[in-house]
Ligand binder design. Structure first.
Ligand SMILES: [Zn+2]
Length: 281
């Protein structure tokens, strides 16, 4: 979790918040040994040995904490706007949808092409399409169905953007399957914001990876220390410095077949330093 999240957890409102606060305090002592999390999973109502989906745990944690201030660290607002092509009247579905996780599909909307990069996935998510024929939209001004343009865009962006790559999908013939496609992951990401019309710059600081298949597997996390430009791999109780074996000398984009969640922080929050993250055996 990020400093933006951690500074909002003072441990005062619930047993769950107290456990989180306690874990953060122990980690800050830099004792270079694992911190016990069993009480935290108990507060979340989870059995310790049961396989869980990390995206569901993310939702569960934020919803059980119940604080709007905490959710705002991660919450983006997405709205749909329909513009009538006849009278150019725009109708927006204010206040829009508030999303803690932004879903990135591996396929275009018509499933005719594959998404190969996070940038393409973001463009696919922020789509613009023409509504015609049977899909025409009813216009309140024209008082009839008219061809229109539908745009999905961000109207609010949070300090931390979390993307969920849709690796797990349901197939009527095969049930749930995992998609093992590789995807290109940029270190920096410019995310367009509708109002005001500008973009916010984000940088990658964490990747959560799922190793295995739909019936079971293991999660690891790669977390970047902003203080020394070093990535660390966290796997259960082990934290080790990590270098991407496929990373080019120019430190260009990363490719991954296992990344499941991606966390990007807005550049304006760079003042925080992960000074407490140290490797331990
Ligand atoms: Zn109209």
């Amino acid at each position: 979790m990020t400093p933006e999240f951690k500074e909002k957890i003072d441990g005062s409102s619930s047993a769950l918040e107290w456990e989180l606060h306690s874990i953060f305090e122990k980690m800050e002592k830099m004792e270079k040994k694992p911190v016990e999390t069993r009480k935290l999973t108990h507060c979340l109502g989870l059995a310790g040995t049961q396989q869980q989906d990390v995206a569901e745990i993310f939702y569960l944690l934020l919803n059980k904490l119940g604080s709007e201030n905490v959710k705002k660290v991660f919450e983006a607002t997405v709205t749909k706007t329909i513009e009538c092509e006849a009278c150019h009247t725009r109708q927006r579905d204010e206040p829009g949808d508030r999303l803690l996780l932004l879903p990135l599909s591996f396929y275009s909307h018509d499933r005719q092409s594959r998404i190969e990069s996070v940038n393409d996935g973001l463009r696919n998510f922020l789509y613009k399409k023409t509504l015609s024929g049977d899909d025409m939209a009813f216009c309140d001004i024209c008082k009839s169905k008219k061809p229109a343009t539908l745009v999905q865009e961000f109207t609010c962006l949070p300090p931390v953007l979390v993307f969920q790559l849709k690796r797990f999908e349901y197939n009527p013939l095969r049930g749930f399957t995992k998609i093992h496609h590789s995807i290109k992951i940029p270190w920096t990401l410019d995310v367009p914001l509708s109002s005001p019309n500008e973009s916010k710059s984000y940088h990658l600081f964490s990747r959560c990876e799922h190793h295995g298949n739909v019936s079971g597997g293991h999660y690891t996390a790669l977390i970047k220390s902003t203080s020394i430009e070093q990535l660390y791999r966290c796997s259960d109780e082990t934290v080790t410095p990590w270098t991407d074996p496929h990373e080019s000398e120019e430190k260009e984009d990363l490719w991954s077949t296992e990344t499941y969640l991606l966390m990007y922080r807005q550049r304006s929050t760079d003042r925080y330093v992960f000074s407490t993250l140290q490797p331990f055996p």
